[in-house]
Design a protein around this ligand. Structure first.
Ligand code: NDP
Length: 502
């Protein structure tokens, strides 16, 4: 039996109204239309936004362009920019409870988890502030007596930042501070389902001293407000996190003007487990990896690849642990799995489960939506006897659904792990050093965890192979991604090598 945390009615909660941030002004949309967000865990409207049209997106791009060409941001010293980013980090930490509450209520994630994400986000802003001062080029004093070569790093220009709903504040924090550290100006479009915390970030950045026009934030649907950000000629780069399908569209739109594109997309991440692994540690990590953020996580460890000798035992242990996970009210500090983002998405998750059981998979735990009287929830679900060719084993379910596949040899495990289009992350569980390194080298994914799952740090680059994306976020080179390289090739002294003989 799943442990239920029944949602409490929000009662006297007052809807928060938000405007857009364009050129340092809090503005209404050109057509005055609004978007309302219904809290997925409580079923009532909690936020109302001004909806941006194409014209609003173009106004925001024009403001970012002006701020880049004529404003102080790209010209000030790295030390000055860094100081402003540090002030922003402090203010994020000060307002962390408010921001975590907004993310929890709009995305349905548990409040305790949202607080953890806010602490991580403030740390990323501090890391980006430090990197701002490390950004440098190269010099070549080795090209001969008459030549000095200098390689400059310049901000790339106007960057569009488009983010999804599953980690609203964390994902914007993986992009924006690094673009700002490089000296870029930006237009940010969060998911229309979870825009509140990004708009509060706009208030924080204003108060921290980011000049008008450097960060513009618009809210609206992808096709209307997002698409212009991917195609407009005044945008130099698009940094996108979201589904692989919209990532592909973003790249196609950006191709018309050959913009730089950075894409963080979906994942279907294998966890390969050998019989010599510490199974106590693994089963806990498996439950965490599958159900964290209700499985609405690009890094979800949704594909267990278990050695045949331990498959039954491990599946039974995960099923019994799944029953102890607390599901329900996102605002209850005890909750571990919150609500599902929309009713339509819940239907999609349940559809994957029923298709898999029709095709011969066995439901070892869960398998159906949960009616908790308000909002929409899914029971943590584990499916065994899954075949590698089933949709549930290949596609991103983006819900708390774990598929169990089996293997006999290391080669077979690697082949199954690499047999799909995604390559975001993977894990290997074994006490044998050779086994871990073999999997680490041969599985094609941007992050491989060894005897752990989903640990991360601002210092470690993150991104995907193949259809999980292009480019890397975080890490030492994150700021460089938002720069252009310029070569200064300088002649020194009297010219001695004439082209036309003298
Ligand atoms: P979507 O791709 O649907 O949306 C992502 C963002 O793109 C949203 O802001 C959306 O706007 C916008 N968008 C939609 N259509 C367009 C368009 N035509 N032009 C420009 N922008 C558009 O993803 P979800 O929001 O559903 O997020 C879930 C996905 O994100 C999953 O596939 C997940 O794997 C991926 N993800 C990847 C991560 C990674 O780092 N690899 C991390 C987190 C999530 P709106 O929704 O407002 O319409």
């Amino acid at each position: 039996m799943t442990v239920l945390v029944r949602p409490k009615a929000l009662g006297d909660y007052k809807i928060r109204e938000f405007r857009m941030l364009i050129d340092g002004q809090w503005a209404d949309g050109a057509e005055g239309r609004t978007i309302e967000r219904v809290a997925p865990g409580h079923g009532v409207v909690v936020s109302r936004y001004q909806a941006a049209t194409k014209a609003d997106a173009e106004r925001a791009i024009a403001a970012a362009r002006r701020a880049f060409e004529d404003g102080p941001w790209a010209r000030m010293t790295a030390s000055e920019r860094s100081l402003i980013l540090l002030r922003a980090a402090d203010m994020i930490a000060e307002r962390a409870d408010e921001l975590a509450f907004l993310d929890a209520i709009e995305s349905g994630k548990p409040i305790s988890q949202a607080r953890g994400e806010l602490a991580g986000a403030a740390d990323i802003w501090r890391y980006a502030a430090a990197l701002a001062r490390e950004l440098s080029g190269e010099s070549y004093n080795t090209l001969g007596e008459g030549t000095l070569g200098v390689v400059l790093r310049e901000p790339i220009g106007v960057v569009s930042i488009i983010t999804p709903w599953n980690f609203p504040f964390l994902i914007v924090s993986q992009k924006l501070p690094f673009a700002l550290a490089a000296g870029c100006t930006t237009v940010v479009k969060p998911s229309e389902l979870t825009s509140a915390s990004t708009l509060v970030l706009g208030e924080i950045l204003e108060a921290a001293g980011v000049p008008a026009g450097v960060v513009n934030i618009i809210v609206g649907t992808g096709p209307e407000a997002g698409a212009p950000l991917t195609s407009h000629p005044d945008v130099d780069m698009v940094s996108f996190t979201g589904s692989t399908g919209v990532g592909r569209l973003t790249m196609a739109n950006a191709a018309q003007t050959l913009k730089k594109v950075s894409l963080e997309l979906g994942g279907k991440n294998p966890q390969i487990v050998f019989p010599d692994a510490n199974l106590d540690e693994f089963v806990d990590a498996a439950v965490f990896g599958a159900y964290f953020n209700a499985g609405e996580c690009c890094n979800a460890g949704s594909r267990l690849i278990l050695h045949r000798d331990i498959a039954d035992e491990v599946t039974a242990r995960i099923a019994s642990l799944s029953a102890k996970v607390k599901v329900g009210d996102p605002l209850d500090p005890e909750t571990q799995v919150g609500a599902i983002i929309t009713p339509q998405h819940l239907e999609k998750i349940a559809g994957y489960v029923s298709a898999a059981s029709n095709d011969g998979a066995t439901v070892a735990h869960g398998g159906a939506p949960l009616d908790l009287g308000m909002g929409q929830f899914m029971t943590p679900t584990i499916l065994s006897a899954v075949k590698p060719e089933m949709a549930v084993a290949r596609e991103e379910v983006f819900g708390p659904v774990l598929s169990v596949l089996t293997f006999e040899t290391t080669e077979e495990a690697i082949r199954i792990a690499n047999s799909i289009d995604y390559g975001l992350s993977a894990s290997v569980w074994s006490r044998d050093f050779d086994t871990c390194l073999t999997i680490g080298r041969r599985v094609r994914a941007g992050t491989i965890w060894m005897n752990t799952f989903m640990d991360g740090a601002a210092e470690l680059p993150f991104g995907g192979y193949r259809q999980s994306g292009l480019g890397r976020e975080l890490g030492r080179h994150a700021v460089e991604d938002y720069t252009e390289t310029k070569t200064l090739n300088m002649h020194i002294g009297e010219r001695t090598n004439w082209w036309v003989p003298r």
